[in-house]
Design a protein. Structure first.
Length: 85
């Protein structure tokens, strides 16, 4: 965890179309580049820091907004199931 945090400079790694990096440094998540649900491993090379909104954006891009919304509804009913992957 510390290696990923240090490598990413303690900042969300999302970059917009112009290459500008998100400046968020609080409430960061470990995001799988290749989602765990699609076979991605929890390795330093496959993890990156993302803020909540950019972590959710990646999940929506990988799984679709309907899947993410259903998962969020399920997780709010049972917080122990909160991992998107």
């Amino acid at each position: 965890a510390r290696t990923v945090h240090d490598r990413d400079g303690g900042q969300c790694t999302f970059r917009d179309e112009s290459g500008r990096r998100c400046s968020e440094r609080t409430g960061l998540h470990f995001d799988h580049v290749v989602p765990h649900a699609l076979g991605g491993e929890s390795t330093v090379d496959n993890l990156r820091l993302r803020c909540g909104p950019h972590n959710q954006l990646h999940a929506e891009q990988c799984f679709g907004p309907l899947f993410v919304e259903r998962r969020r509804a399920r997780d709010s009913a049972n917080p122990r199931n909160s991992r998107l992957g």
